[in-house]
Design a protein around this ligand. Structure first.
Ligand SMILES: Cc1cc2nc3c(=O)[nH]c(=O)nc-3n(C[C@H](O)[C@H](O)[C@H](O)COP(=O)(O)O)c2cc1C
Length: 662
């Protein structure tokens, strides 16, 4: 039972392979990119130890190097068996806090997110990856058995180092998934040709792991539940596979994931544009195929009541959460203590995926600026040595993050915000499709700032006189940014605001209730996610929406999983895209006629029914107060867009850093 009696199912202990789980919460495997040299790092240890400290009963690591051919990957090279102390340190840090540590076994096979082909790729058959078109070398039967032996040996080494178990990643379109699916496995030997043949590699691996590690070692299995690829694995085929792999009851738990390494990759990290818990539809039914093996529910489970409900209804026995526990490792402890209002919720924005795949930096989170820090769990900053009077100008995400932290450090903090509400431009994002979750960032910040004693002075545009009158020792300037009018727009038109930037245009457009005739043209050199959410909002209100960009495609600055969803929705809304083009301004625009000129060959696409022209462009900082404040002898720290216009990740990260300045 929990301290207050809530979420009783979630906090009921469980047993896997004879090992006690203190509750039903498991951290799902997430690539953390915290082991660049292939060795255990302090950052990796902190990442998992923090999830343990936050109350999870089990944490599954990022994929480990369990096979020799993975020698050059930035993952812990377990197969080398050359650093037992390091693995033991990782295991002790997690297991020592009553949390079971599970190492993930994974190989991408032919799957590749990056441009270019992978010449080293191995696979079931020599068929192209659906994203990178890498054609793998088909493994021989001897090689398959060799890989199984290598993995089993690595697993026994993990066991000796103190791990409680391993999880086989058989989903996400990776190597084992490629063997399981008739779409990618066209072998006619023992490892293909039928469901029995296609599951054989995983079945033999499970048996080998059990032989090597014994009955008291957890062996988990992540399987495709619905990969969304034609003639591959839908829920019916997932049931065939699950049935065969659990009939011996040799695995200890199963979880199901969506998507594959194809244009359905977006399904594997379901985002905020879809319903919460999107896998529950197939998960519930697949339970019947498991011969009583415990089922771990997974997929955009963010809320303790939802998680508890799944368990209470008997739809699963365990709850796996990846991004939810990235955003707030103390989610279990807070839920148990009845502090749900204090949770920093996952936005399902997939910024985290962008950090590891696009930016290739250690995993980071918009709503958790201190991932893997020492004091990450239930973060409370230490009191500052020198208490100061701090004025924060701007109550957006960057300013509010700085404000609550500075106040919690004991500084006397006043926030001056031009709007009546906190949240800044994030409020506008909230009103666009997929924006609902954004409020969890500023809702938390506002409560935290008030609790820490910050004074909020809202609905008031800061002037030099106002600020100087407050006698601040430090000003944190979080005044945001503005879009740069495009070069093709004549000065006179800019001044008259005849062609508004997208943010300004939206303020009016969002009030429109009935669909309008005519075309909206959105000129896009922004290429970030919010622009396309706005395009969806336009498409709901105008007969025709046309995006014009001088680049060869749209959404090029957005991580692939997010881009797939954007491209799909733009197509579903019949939003037209004119790429490699720029508008040519003329007075005929006022009569509804606009020329879009191809940047290479000058060909013209004519828009005849223009009713609105708007633009989303790179932004410049709104930092006009910085120089006069500095001239008045006041220390100024710039945060968020006022420092360097970027995404929300930078807003909260830079706000956090500014709040921590001594
Ligand atoms: C940044 C990121 C990295 C991930 N890395 C892995 C991985 O290495 N192995 C894996 O099996 N799943 C990985 N996943 C998928 C998660 O385990 C999980 O299946 C998915 O995110 C859905 O669960 P969630 O909504 O609780 O995050 C990753 C997901 C994200 C967002």
């Amino acid at each position: 039972m929990t301290d207050n009696g809530d979420f009783a199912a979630l906090f009921t202990p469980f047993t896997l392979a004879g090992k006690r789980l203190r509750n039903r919460i498991a951290h799902a495997s997430m690539t953390t990119l915290s082991t660049p040299e292939g060795k255990v790092t302090d950052r990796q240890i902190r990442y998992h130890a923090n999830r343990a400290k936050g109350g999870a009963a089990m944490t599954v690591t990022e994929p480990l190097g369990t096979m020799r051919h993975q020698a050059n990957l930035p993952r812990v090279q377990v197969w080398r068996q050359d650093d037992p102390d390091a693995l033991k340190r990782l295991a002790d840090a997690v297991e020592g806090q009553d949390c079971r540590l599970i190492g993930q076994i994974q190989d991408a096979g032919r799957g590749r997110h990056f441009p270019g082909r992978n010449p080293e790729a191995i696979g079931a058959s020599a068929l192209p990856d659906d994203l990178s078109w890498t054609v793998p070398r088909a493994l021989t039967v001897d090689e398959i058995r060799g890989l199984i032996a290598e993995i089993a040996e690595s697993a026994s080494y993990l066991k000796a180092s103190g791990f409680s178990g391993v999880e086989i990643s058989g989903g996400h379109g990776h190597l084992f998934h490629q063997f399981l699916s008739p779409h990618s496995n066209r072998r006619d030997d023992d490892f293909g040709g039928s469901w029995d043949g296609r599951v054989r590699i995983v079945a033999e691996l499970v048996a080998a792991l059990r032989d090597a590690c014994g009955a008291d070692f957890i062996v988990g299995l992540k399987l495709p539940g619905d990969d969304g690829v034609p003639d591959s694995i839908g829920p019916a085929e997932a049931a065939e596979i699950a049935d065969r792999l659990t009939v011996t009851r040799n695995v200890d738990y199963v979880c199901f994931a969506g998507g594959a390494h194809s244009r359905t990759l977006e399904m594997h990290t379901p985002d905020r544009h879809g319903a919460p818990m999107p896998y529950m539809g197939f998960i519930k039914d697949l339970q019947a195929a498991l011969h009583g093996v415990p089922l771990m529910a997974l997929g955009r489970i963010t809320d303790p009541a939802e998680a508890d409900g799944i368990l209470a209804r008997g739809e699963a026995q365990l709850i796996g959460m990846g991004r939810t526990l990235l955003a707030d490792p103390a989610w279990p402890n807070k839920a148990r203590a009845g502090r749900t209002w204090d949770i920093r919720y996952c936005l399902s924005c997939n910024t985290c995926w962008g950090t590891i795949v696009t930016q290739q930096i250690p995993v980071a989170c918009v709503n958790n600026p201190c991932v893997a820090h020492d004091n990450e769990v239930d973060f409370k900053p230490e009191l500052a040595d020198n208490l100061k009077r701090v004025v924060v100008i701007g109550a957006g995400l960057a300013g509010m993050e700085a404000a609550w932290i500075a106040a919690a450090r004991g500084h006397e903090v006043t926030v001056i915000g031009a709007s009546d509400e906190v949240g800044g431009k994030a409020r506008l994002r909230e009103r666009l499709p997929g924006g609902e979750t954004v409020s969890s960032v500023y809702d938390f910040q506002m409560v935290a700032a008030k609790r820490a004693g910050a004074t909020l002075s809202l609905g008031r545009k800061a002037t030099m006189e106002d600020v100087v009158a407050l006698k601040p020792d430090r000003v944190i300037l979080a005044t945001g940014s503005r879009m740069i009018p495009p070069d093709w727009l004549p000065d006179g038109v800019r001044k008259e605001d005849w062609v508004p930037d997208l943010r300004a245009a939206l303020l009016d457009i969002l009030r429109i209730e009935t669909r309008q005739p005519g075309a909206v043209v959105l000129y896009d050199t922004d290429h970030t996610e919010a622009t396309y959410a706005a395009a969806e909002a336009l498409a709901g209100r105008f007969a025709r929406t046309v995006i014009v960009t001088p680049r060869d495609s749209v959404a090029t600055d957005v991580p692939l999983v997010t881009r797939q969803g954007i491209l799909r929705r733009l197509a579903e809304h019949r939003i037209e895209i004119v790429s490699l083009a720029e508008p040519r301004w003329s007075d005929r625009a006022a009569e509804g006629q606009l020329e879009l000129v191809n940047i290479y060959n000058g060909d013209i696409t004519m828009i005849e029914d223009l009713v609105l022209l708007t633009y989303a462009t790179p932004r410049v900082p709104d930092d006009a107060l910085a120089a006069p404040l500095r001239a008045a002898g006041i220390e100024v720290v710039l945060v968020g867009d006022a420092r360097a216009p970027q995404e929300m990740l930078f807003a909260t990260a830079s706000g956090h850093a500014a709040g921590m300045v001594d």
